[in-house]
Structure formats: structure tokens, C-alpha cells
Ligand binder design. Structure first.
Ligand SMILES: Cc1cc2nc3c(=O)[nH]c(=O)nc-3n(C[C@H](O)[C@H](O)[C@H](O)COP(=O)(O)OP(=O)(O)OC[C@H]3O[C@@H](n4cnc5c(N)ncnc54)[C@H](O)[C@@H]3O)c2cc1C
Length: 362
């Protein structure tokens, strides 16, 4: 069978792409090698979609706001009412970061953020219309909301070749023909494109048995799972490829929690469990979205193979909005910032091999 588009990877990146493709009426196949969607980086019971606050206006802060508004409009939509989600995020202001984050907040639209002091005299930036949500449920809902989408679980993508303008996608069970192939393989992205500067980071969260009253960001994060407990996240480590749960990381997480919230200390003997997953980031901390470079000199791209990954520690906020813009760009309907494109990593080489552009053409 032939598809207009095949998407590899059923995490929040791949399902967001598949959703937008199918909304453009493209007959789409989403391929996931696991038996369920979102069992890896996007598999935490709860995650935070927060805006990136930088002291000075930057591409990162602007893009994170753009994506935040896209995601929020979907989470607020009536179709998503069943979703495990919690409205409102508290961002902790301590003496070290207070002036920096107040300056950053001043640049945001007025309805997005307010200042708050709690009964323990702690100071917060409060984002009343931001969310913590279950990324796993989010992925499942996106698939449900997608017309024209076929989901193939327990199917592993192996490789592809392009013959006469048709992409032949080889999986462990068959070969599928398509016009467009999107790769959103999370931690496995580097296998297909080893020359791209991905960094793999191990993250650990704790699942606590009590339900926190609100969602808080305080260097770490605490997010209630309505009716089921809370998530305390996350500790991060580079250069650690093991799935082992680290006692030290758990202790560090709990110490950070009790330092900011001494009132939770009485719950310190309650039993918690831990979860480990790996996220990918690019070495400049921006997602990668765009046509795949043909080779490591980045001079040519493949116009039917598209990459989406390296979403980093704020992937839940960035995935849906970036996917929307990426799909629209690939279909020739809009532009995409160069800051996201894979060939940004080759710009120096590109300049030197092309030489200087004559003034009259520049
Ligand atoms: C512990 C932890 C806590 C986090 N907390 C937050 C948070 O609170 N807020 C936030 O914004 N971000 C958070 N992040 C980051 C965020 O979760 C990630 O950026 C995001 O989930 C990445 O999504 P993804 O779809 O790229 O990757 P994944 O979710 O890993 O999805 C990739 C999918 O591709 C599939 N796949 C791979 N290879 C193949 C193949 N060959 N064939 C078929 N399928 C394949 C995998 O099975 C997987 O399902 C956290 C990350 C971690 C690790």
C-alpha cells in the first residue's frame, strides 16, 4: 500500500507530526516499534509544558512562546476534556533568580503570567493558563483526533531508499512506499544521521504517592497526577547509558523538594517509585526540524526525508507547535526558522566551500 507520508516514532514528536499531516488530508502511516505509543522519553505519567524564560529576548524564548500558545489552544479545546491535565504552573522565585525572571516575565503578554505569594511567604510567577499533562495520553488523543491516519505498532523501521521519486521504507515486516518520510525516533535519531550533533541525556523522575495541590517549577518540578499521586522530576545525566535507577539522584530530588517545600517533609517516609528515560538534545539546545542533509557537508538536502528531534528538556512544550510549522513548511505553505533546520550545523563549511556571494547577488 502507498501512503502520502510515513512517520517513524510514536512519541510526542512523531504523533504531533502525524496529527498535523492527517489534518492536511494526507494519507499517513505512523510506525512505532513498541507495542504502545510513548513508552520512552514521552512516557512519564505527567510532564510540564512551560515557557522558556530568558533575560533578553531570544529565538528560544520567542519560539517557546509560539509553541506554548499552539499547545494551549489544543489543551483548552473541548475535545481534550478527558485528558489528565492540570491548569496553572507556579514558577519559583528565589533571591538568586528573582530579578532575572521578573525581567523575563515583563516581556510576556499580560494574560499569561502574574506574581503570587503563598501562605509560606514564597514568591512565584504564576502562569494561570499553562498546563502539566500526561504526554502518553496526549499522544493517544492526537492519534484519535487524526483522520487519514493508520497506526502500525510493534513495527520497526530499518532503512529507506529513494527510487524514481518514491521513498521505499523498509521495516521488519514489509516495505512501504511513500512520498514523504518523517523520522522522529527520539534517542535513536543519531543512528540514521551520525554526523548530526545529538546529545543523549538520561533523566530520572520519582512517582510520589501523595497528590501535590498545584504544579510547581523550582529547579526541579512537582506535578500532581490527578487522583493518583505526583511526579517529582527530573535529575539529568549525560554519558550514562544505563537504565539503572540511581539512589543518589532520588535523594537529590527529594532534598531539593524538601528544601523548597519543608511542609512535605512529613511525607518523607512514604514509598515512591522511580522511572528512567533518555531524551535527546542538539548541542545548541534547539530542536532539529527540516529536510535531512544528504551528507555530512550539509550542502544538499533530501527533499522527501524530514527530521524532527533533539527536543531537549522542554520537548513537551515544543513538539506540537514545531510539528505544525514543520508540516506546513514541508507542504510549501509557510516558512520555517533557519534556527531549527538541520543544515544550520553546516553553515561554516557551506560558506567556505561556496566562497563569497558577489555583492550584486547578495
Ligand atoms: C525524565 C524526563 C523528564 C522530562 N520532563 C519533561 C517535562 O516536564 N517537560 C518537557 O517539556 N519535557 C520534558 N522532558 C523532555 C521530553 O519528554 C522529550 O523532549 C520528548 O518526550 C521527546 O519526544 P520524542 O517523540 O522526540 O521522543 P520519544 O518519546 O523517545 O519517542 C521516540 C519514539 O520513536 C520510537 N522509535 C525509535 N526507533 C524506532 C524505529 N527504528 N522504528 C519505529 N519506532 C522507533 C521509540 O520507540 C519511541 O516511541 C523530559 C524528559 C525526560 C527523559
Amino acid at each position: 500500500m502507498k501512503y502520502d507520508a510515513v512517520v517513524v516514532g510514536g512519541g510526542i514528536a512523531g504523533t504531533s507530526i502525524a496529527y498535523h499531516l492527517s489534518r492536511h488530508n494526507l494519507k499517513t502511516l505512523l510506525v512505532e516499534r513498541e507495542r504502545e505509543l510513548a513508552l520512552h522519553a514521552s512516557g512519564n505519567p505527567m510532564g510540564i509544558a512551560s515557557i522558556y524564560l530568558t533575560k533578553h529576548k531570544s529565538f528560544e524564548s520567542d519560539w517557546s512562546l509560539e509553541c506554548h500558545l499552539e499547545l494551549r489552544s489544543l489543551l483548552e479545546g473541548s475535545e481534550m476534556n478527558l485528558l489528565t491535565k492540570k491548569k496553572g504552573i507556579h514558577f519559583y522565585l528565589n533571591s538568586e533568580n528573582k530579578s532575572r525572571y521578573l525581567t523575563a516575565a515583563e516581556r510576556l503578554p499580560i494574560d499569561l503570567v502574574t506574581y503570587k505569594k503563598d501562605e509560606f511567604e514564597r514568591e512565584w510567577l504564576f502562569f494561570p493558563r499553562s498546563y502539566s499533562f500526561s504526554p502518553r495520553e496526549f499522544c493517544q488523543y492526537l492519534v484519535q483526533l487524526s483522520p487519514n491516519l493508520t497506526l502500525a505498532k510493534s513495527v520497526t523501521f530499518e532503512n529507506f531508499e529513494i527510487q524514481n521519486g518514491i521513498v521505499k521504507v523498509k521495516t521488519n515486516s514489509n516495505t512501504i512506499e511513500t512520498e514523504l518520510l518523517f523520522l522522529a525516533k527520539g534517542e535513536d535519531m543519531q543512528k540514521s544521521f551520525p554526523f548530526l550533533p545529538f546529545q543523549k541525556v538520561k533523566g530520572q523522575i520519582l512517582i510520589l504517592p501523595f497528590e501535590a495541590p498545584e504544579t510547581y517549577l523550582f529547579g526541579k518540578y512537582l506535578a500532581p497526577i490527578p487522583g493518583k499521586g505526583s511526579i517529582l522530576g527530573a535529575s539529568y545525566r549525560e554519558f550514562d547509558d544505563s537504565l539503572n535507577i540511581s539512589e543518589n539522584d532520588s535523594v537529590e530530588l527529594l532534598e531539593a523538594l524538601y528544601e523548597t517545600f519543608p511542609e512535605f517533609k512529613e511525607k518523607s517516609d512514604l514509598k515512591w517509585s522511580a522511572r528512567v528515560a533518555f531524551r535527546m538534545q542538539m548541542n545548541d539546545r534547539r530542536p532539529i526540524a527540516g529536510f535531512a542533509p544528504k551528507q555530512d557537508n550539509y550542502l544538499e538536502s533530501m527533499d522527501q526525508i524530514i527530521l524532527f528531534g533533539g527536543l531537549g528538556s522542554r520537548g513537551l512544550n515544543l513538539a506540537f507547535g514545531t510539528a505544525k510549522h514543520l508540516v506546513s513548511y514541508v507542504l510549501g505553505k509557510s516558512l520555517l526558522p533557519r534556527e531549527l533546520m538541520p543544515n544550520r550545523f553546516g553553515s561554516k563549511k557551506k560558506k567556505s566551500s561556496l566562497g563569497t556571494i558577489p555583492q550584486n547577488l547578495g
